[in-house]
Design a protein around this ligand. Sequence first.
Ligand code: X8Z
Ligand code: ZN
Length: 631
Amino acid sequence: MDDRPASTSSELSPLTPAAPFVDRRRFLQAAAAGVLVAGPSIAANSLAQATDSTQAQAEKFLKGYVETWLPLEKALNEAQWKAVTDVSAEHTCDQVARALELNRVVAAPDVITQVQLLLQQREKLDDLTVRQLEKIRLRVAEAPGTLPEVVKARAEAEAQQSATQDSFTYTLDSGSGQAPTHPSANDLDAMLLSQIDLTSRRRVWESTKAIGGPLRDGLLRLRDLRNQSARALGFSDYFALQVADYGMTTEQMLALCDSAIAETKPLYEQLHAWARRTLATRYQTDAPSGKIPAHWLPNRWGQNWPGLVQGVDMDAPFRGKPRAYITEQAERFYVSLGFPPLPKSFYERSDLYPVDPPSTRKKNSHASAWHIDLKNDVRSLMSIVPDSRWFTTAHHELGHIYYYISYSRPEVPYLLRAGANRAFHEGIGDLIGLAAGQRPYLKQVGLLTPEAEAADPVKFLLDTALDGASIVFLPFAAGTMTRFEADFYAGKIEDGQLNVAWWKLVGSYQGIEPPAERLEQSLCDAATKTHINDDPAQYYDYALGTLVKFQIHDHICRTILHQDPRACNYFGNAQVGEFLREFLSVGATRDWNTLLRETTGSGLSAQPMAAYFEPLTAWLRTQNDGHPIGW
Ligand code: X8Z
Ligand code: ZN
C-alpha cells in the first residue's frame, strides 16, 4: 500500500510553467523586414483555409510537418550513426548535408510563423496538439531558418567537434623511457580502477585529459552558435532552451538541482571522508584533510567511485564470460518483466563492442541508444567488455531501447515519441540497473561471489552509494556539470577561465582538486566529458533521472513486491512489467509532473533516495568518528 500522502513537504520545489518563449518584438521585426517569407513548404497550405477551425488548421499543419520531417529525421539519424561508428571525412560531410537538409525544412521561416500563430491560440487547441506544437517550437530554436548562416556554421561545427572527439587517440607515456602506448578509453578506465602507484596514476589521469585541449576552441565556437540560435527565438541562452523542454526556467532547474544536492550532502560528506582515508591506505600515504586529488579516484571525473569496498568485488563473476552475455542477460531481465525480445535488427545493426584489431576504425567510445526511424529501428552503440560497469550500462541503454519500443505505437504521435521528460528516459534503464544489482537477483543468476553474498548488507549499500548513478554522482551531475553549463551559456565564464571555472565547481561540489594547476590554453577539462560537446546543456537529466529511479524503485518495492528496497527481486514479475509499461507507453503525451504523481503518488523528491541509504549514514558516522568531515 502506498501510504504516503499525495504531496509531501520533502518534494522538491514546486514548478510553475516557464514564461512563454516567443519574443513577439523580435518576431514582428523579422516579419516586417520580410525575413519570414513563406516559400513552398510543409506549412504552405495549412493555414490557408480560413473556414477551418483552429484545431483543424493545426492538425493539417502537423500532418504536413510530420510527413516531411520524419524521412529527413531518419536520414539524419542514419548519417549520424555512420559518423559516430566509423569516423571519416566522408561520414562527417554526409552528416552535415543531412542536418542542413532537415533544418531547411523543419525550421523554415514559415514554420516558425505558423507555429507561433497557432500557439497564440492554444486555448482553442487540444492538449495533444499543443504538446506537438511545443516540440516543434523547441526544435525550431535549434536551427532557426531566419539565421541560415548560423545554422550552417553550427551544423558544421557540431559535426567537426564530434569527429575530433570520436577520432582522438589517447597517448600514455610509459614513464620508463620506453615508447608511449595508445590505450583505449576502456584501458585507461581499467588502469584508474586498479593501479596503486600514485605516479603512474597521475600519468594515466593526465593522459585522459589530453582530449580536452583539441576540443577547446570548437566548444567556444559552439557556445556562441548554440546561443545565437536559441536567442533568435527569444530564449535567454542555449541552456534556457534545453531546460524549457521540462516547462521550467533555468532558475527553477538550478534550484531543483541545488535542493537535491543539499538533501544528500550530509551523506556525501561522510562518503568523502571515508573514501579519502580508504584511498590513502590503498596508496600507502597520508589521507588529505580536505579535497581528494582527482588522480586518486577510480573515475576520470570522480563522478562515481567504484571498487573501494573490500569483499564486494562485483567484477569477479564477469571475468571469463563472453562479452555477448552482458547485453543478452540485460535483455533477459526486461523480457522476464513481459517486454518483447529485442528485434533481430537490434543485434544486426548495433555496434556493441570495442573495435578489434587489425581494424583501425574509429568509433565513439561512450554508450548511447538510438531510435533511428521513431518506429522499430532501434540500436545501441557501446564498447562492452565483460565487467560490472558495462553490465549496468547495458541495462541503462536497454532502458532507452525499451522506452522507444513501448511508445512506438499508433496512439502516440511521432513528435511525442520521447520520454515524459528526458530525465524519465535516463532513469528507466538505471532503475532496471539498480534492480539487476540487488543481491537476491544476482544470486539467482550466478553473479554473486560467495564472499559478496556473505558481506555485511551495509557494505553493499556503501558500494551502491559510491558507484553508478547515486549519492556520489549527484554533486557531479546536479552540481559541477549543470552549473558549469548554465554559467557557460549565460556568458558568466570568460574564455580564458574555463579550467578555473570548472575546478572551482569540482572543488566546491565534489571536494576534489587537480594534482597541479591546469593550464588554460592547452587544456580544457570540461570538454573531456563527452556530454559537454555532443549532448550540451542536458546533464541535469541524469541527476533528475537518479531521483526518478529511486522514487519509482521505492514505489515498486513497497506497493508491488512488498520487499525491502535494498534486497529485492523484480526478475520475472509481470506486475512490475505492467506497471512500467503503463507509463512508458504514453511517451511525452502527458505532463511529466502529473504522470510522476499518478505513478508514484508523489511529486519529484530526493526523499526515497535518502531513505534508501539511511542505514549507511549511521554506519559511516561511526566509521568516521574522530576524523575530519568536509573539505
Ligand atoms: O551517458 C550516460 C549513458 C548514456 S545516455 C551511458 N550516462 C552518464 C555518463 O556516463 O556520464 C549514464 C550515467 C551518467
Ligand atoms: Zn542514457
